[in-house]
Design a protein around this ligand. Structure first.
Ligand SMILES: Cc1cc2nc3c(=O)[nH]c(=O)nc-3n(C[C@H](O)[C@H](O)[C@H](O)COP(=O)(O)OP(=O)(O)OC[C@H]3O[C@@H](n4cnc5c(N)ncnc54)[C@H](O)[C@@H]3O)c2cc1C
Length: 464
């Protein structure tokens, strides 16, 4: 029998796996970040066998990269309900519900103890390089739904699963510097720091006394710029695509959120005093390594060029999802955001901030490939409106679906106040409590830059 009139003769693949055999396989969760671990907690609670594959050699390897940054949502929104139940049964004491933890605190005080409960079900150093269906490429249909998933790791080993919860995040696929979404010429040949280096901590020596360029208009860029401004003899250049930084500064004294306004005001003051040199209309086009430094050349759409020569580049241009590992699966992706098409209007940064995204679950996350769910920040694609709390509700619903509990699947709820979780008010309050006024871990410095006033697509939005 042939698959097509003019193609190769198809090899008849036996129906080597019955539905029962496939359903006896574990669920594979990809990524031991907060959402992947929450998925594991829900699977454990429901008694569903699972294996969690984590590329890094530790829990929450991506979050560990920005461990020095204080988040702006307090503990009460950062702990998954099933994870809390499992941890409390093990004697865990929840941290102060109103405290804003750093990424490192989230790991040490919550995610690492949670991961310990799962023992050998988590495999570290297990980077997934591809997912398919056993014996099925993307085109083959008959019997597809009964075939187990095939997961290949980058060391070549393979395993099978009855379903996949892909919580691999977006942190490892930052957007490029090139202004049109393509890498700038030469971008791959120079070292570029991605968002939120620990400028005042572990990375200080690499920045102090160096000429630094920060590219991007969001809160990650602002956070890095304000930290750099604390270093002596460190010339700072800030490059944005927009014609001016008004939107990035926010409303200043008139801003609805005082701390947000203060952040923008501080940034503006540094620009106006000359401490930070602002380059507007900067469309990164080419990067040339020259001697010890790099020349970064902008070419705007009219062809006008400008350039700057620096020692270090920090790219704070945001993240995008990498769907390449699932290229052999049938995905239905929104052409703009790269989320599912059903989810896209619910998370659209033109309409929503983190706090106004409605609750959603398995129905909105489903692809034409039954049993494959991308969850967590990856599920949002390029939308910067993600919160851990929404990811926790996603995995509660997805695991309920895998358990066949359709009532729980569809009973999606989110207890997020429209304001108060995604704003810098909390950061300001903590600033007052602990007196942090400087440093990248400080409340104000980790406040989200203008949600309302900067195009989220430019800004990197509320969450980084
Ligand atoms: C600086 C910053 C501040 C933020 N602040 C907040 C906040 O205040 N409140 C809030 O709710 N949210 C915040 N967020 C957004 C979001 O909640 C976090 O990004 C969160 O870490 C997302 O969780 P995740 O589990 O979906 O993905 P991640 O935390 O990114 O975890 C993904 C995991 O998958 C692993 N992985 C990646 N690829 C593979 C692969 N191929 N195979 C196996 N493993 C893989 C990674 O190593 C990583 O451990 C912030 C984000 C950033 C960057």
């Amino acid at each position: 029998m042939s698959d097509s009139c003019c193609g190769t003769t198809a090899i008849e693949i036996e129906q080597f796996t019955t539905t029962q055999q496939a359903s006896a396989l574990p669920v594979v969760v990809i990524g031991a970040g907060p959402v992947g671990l929450a998925a594991a907690a829900h699977l454990a609670e429901r008694g569903i066998d699972f294996t969690l594959l984590e590329a890094g050699d530790r829990v929450a390897a991506s979050m560990a990269q920005w461990g020095h940054v204080r988040v702006f949502s307090p503990w009460k929104y950062n702990v998954d309900a099933a994870a809390r139940r499992l941890l409390e049964a093990d004697g865990w004491m929840a941290p102060d519900a109103d405290w804003l933890p750093t990424g490192a605190e989230l790991i040490d005080d919550y995610l690492a103890p949670l991961a310990k409960l799962f023992g050998g079900k988590i495999r570290f150093g297990a980077k997934v390089s591809a997912i398919s269906r056993l014996g099925y490429d993307r085109v083959r249909t008959a019997g597809r739904e009964q075939a187990p998933f095939l997961i290949r790791l980058d060391d070549g080993t393979e395993l099978q699963a009855r379903a996949i919860i892909d919580a691999s995040g977006t942190y490892t696929s930052p957007k490029v510097l090139g202004a049109s979404g393509l890498p700038a010429h030469g971008e791959g040949e120079v070292f570029v720091d991605h968002a939120l280096p620990d400028v005042l901590g572990a990375d200080r020596d690499r920045f102090e006394g160096k000429r630094v360029l920060v590219v991007g208009a969001g809160h990650s860029a602002a956070t890095t710029l304000l930290a750099l401004a604390e270093l002596d003899d460190t010339p700072i250049t800030w490059a944005i695509r927009a014609g001016n930084a008004t939107r990035a500064y926010g409303g200043g004294d008139a801003d609805a959120l005082p701390a947000r306004g203060a952040l923008g005001t501080r940034l503006r003051a540094h620009v106006e005093s000359g401490r930070i040199r602002l380059l507007t209309g900067f469309f990164t086009h080419r990067i040339n390594a020259i001697g010890q430094g790099v020349e970064v050349v902008s070419r705007d759409p009219s062809g006008h060029e400008q350039s700057v020569t620096v020692d270090r580049i920090v790219s704070a241009t945001g993240y995008r999802p990498d769907h390449s590992i699932a290229a052999e699966l049938r995905l239905d992706l929104d052409p703009v955001l790269g989320s599912t098409r059903t989810l896209a209007p619910l998370i659209d940064p033109n309409q929503h901030s983190c706090g106004t995204v409605p609750a959603h679950g398995a129905d909105e996350l489903a692809h034409p490939e039954p049993g494959y769910y991308a969850v967590g920040v990856k599920s949002y694609g390029r939308a910067p409106t993600f919160l851990m709390a929404t990811g926790y509700e996603q995995v509660r619903s997805v695991v309920a679906a895998l358990a066949g509990d359709w009532q729980a699947t569809r009973d999606v709820q989110l207890d997020l106040p429209e304001t108060g979780v995604c704003t810098s008010n909390l950061a300001e309050a903590q600033e007052q409590r602990v007196g942090l006024a400087t440093g990248i871990s400080g409340g104000l410095l980790s406040a989200s830059l203008p949600l309302a006033t900067v195009s989220a697509a430019e800004s990197g939005g509320c969450c980084g």
